[in-house]
Write a protein that binds this ligand. Structure first.
Ligand code: FAD
Length: 442
């Protein structure tokens, strides 16, 4: 057993934890980062598979996301555009339709104008989710499915199916009864109420050398100490500050602790005394993206001669697109967010091929891979998408610090919650609070 004293201990080396560690260590605070996995990055993970460097988690960034873009420019990192997608296959009423991506986007654009026309009313200042709290409270009991039913008479079945497919993919679920409508409105409002802008933000630009390139730039710019493969099991408030105990029984103490971990994993740690009831309740309920994962598949087939996008409502995978394409062999690598890993094993070639044949009957899966983020004890889900009522019920409690203890992470961000940008926003702003606390005890 060892005992060590720090100014601040940060639990979790995802983007939030790493940003806070750089900022606080640069300000001269003795900083320790304890990470449960054997790598940094959390829900981002740049790995080598299928003969390529693939992102197993968070990927896309955009200049409309100010925090991540600022860091990208600061470290002069190269950003690349996704290859152009030409063909599109979408399933509506059980029928496969084929056209260009522009054809499909036109339908989605038409639908989004109706679906999200009130977003600005509820989130006039999207970086302040509680700015219009009274109005948000009135609709926080509604799901995305409720809103789709509300607009049923205003859009065609085809448009409704495309809206369902895209929002299942965006919200990593095959059941739109779960995610709150407020989440959809927040994302739309953050994108200037323009779906084309939103789609560019979500799926167009990525790091040439992976999310790892930014993560490592940020971390190595500070001088925090890092311990990998060190899951934290207990955080205790004592009269001398915070005591942190790891799975191996090692103890570390600090004046302040930041738990930069997903909301779904808060209850993996024992807090003494317990945190506010709402926080534990929130973690027990978990968010609506708890069945999710990511799928990568290397494919070929007689009719695959170009890049493509596949879309369908409420499949275990609702939207997929080509990310790599070899013109000589006509082999492509496609990527999808899996909305229900209970219904699709991302490592099972036969299952993945059967699924893809719903769109392209002669497609062959050469190999596939992925990660089941839902089964991962350190994430228990993919990205932050709140269930009905969670924003107004728990949103303020998780943002409330307690005597030198703080939660940080994309799940708690005010702006781009659910994105890398939100993790950096939160890590950076919580870092400022902690700096103030360490200097003035307030
Ligand atoms: C499949 C997928 C696709 C995504 N796509 C995008 C995208 O294209 N663009 C985008 O911007 N965002 C995307 N995201 C979301 C984005 O990756 C996350 O919102 C962001 O990375 C979260 O960062 P974080 O630091 O808040 O949390 P995390 O990255 O989850 O970091 C938390 C860290 O805490 C550690 N931890 C947890 N519990 C403990 C413990 N008890 N002890 C020690 N360590 C612990 C975890 O191991 C982890 O490293 C995606 C996410 C997934 C999963």
């Amino acid at each position: 057993m060892s005992t060590n004293q720090y100014d601040v201990i940060i639990v979790g080396a995802g983007f939030a934890g790493v940003t806070a560690s750089r900022n606080l260590s640069q300000k001269g605070h003795k900083t320790l980062v304890l990470e449960g996995r054997d790598r940094m990055g959390g829900r981002t993970w740049y790995d080598e598979r299928l003969g390529e460097h693939l992102e197993m988690g968070g990927t896309f960034i955009h200049w409309f996301q100010p925090n991540v873009w600022h860091e990208t420019m600061r470290y002069n990192l190269e950003v690349v555009k996704l290859i152009d997608l030409h063909q599109a296959y979408w399933i509506t009423d059980g029928q496969v339709k084929e056209g260009t991506q522009d054809d499909e986007f036109a339908l989605m654009r038409e639908g989004m104008k109706v679906l999200a026309r009130d977003a600005e009313k509820y989130f006039p200042r999207p970086f302040e989710p509680f700015y219009n709290e009274a109005a948000v409270k009135e609709i926080d009991h509604l799901s995305v499915a409720d809103r789709l039913r509300e607009i049923e008479s205003e859009v065609s079945k085809e448009v409704s199916d495309i809206l369902t497919a895209y929002w299942c993919a965006y919200f990593c679920t095959d059941d739109l009864e779960e995610p709150a409508l407020t989440q959809l409105y927040r994302w739309v409002a953050m994108s200037y109420n323009d779906w084309d802008v939103m789609e560019d933000i979500f799926e167009l630009y990525k790091f040439k050398h992976g999310t790892k390139s930014l993560l490592e730039s940020i971390f190595h710019d500070g001088n925090a100490e890092l311990k990998l493969s060190t899951p934290v099991t207990t955080i205790e408030e004592t009269e001398h500050g915070q005591k942190v105990t790891t799975k191996d029984g090692d103890e570390y103490t600090a004046t302040a602790v930041i738990a930069a971990i997903p909301t779904n994993t808060i209850n993996n740690i024992e807090f003494k005394p317990a945190l506010a009831d709402e926080i534990h309740q929130f973690s027990r309920e978990n968010q609506s993206t708890t069945n999710g994962g990511k799928l990568w598949a290397k494919v070929r087939g007689p009719s695959i001669t170009d890049t493509f996008r596949l879309t369908a409502p409420a499949y275990p995978v609702s939207s997929m697109h080509t990310q790599f394409f070899d013109q000589e062999t006509n082999e492509g690598i496609i990527m999808a967010y899996v909305s229900n890993t209970n219904k699709l094993d991302v490592t099972n070639k036969a299952q993945v091929q059967e699924l893809l044949r719903n769109w392209i009957p002669d497609i062959e899966v050469i190999d596939c891979t992925g990660h089941k983020w839902d089964e991962d004890e350190f994430s228990k889900g993919t990205w932050s998408v709140l269930r009905k009522n969670q924003l107004t019920k728990y949103g303020k409690a998780v943002r409330q610090p307690r005597n030198g203890f703080y939660l940080a992470g994309s799940d708690y961000a005010n702006g781009w919650s659910g994105f890398i940008d939100g993790a950096i926003e939160s890590g950076s702003s919580i870092g400022e609070f902690v700096d103030e606390y360490l200097k003035n005890g307030a």
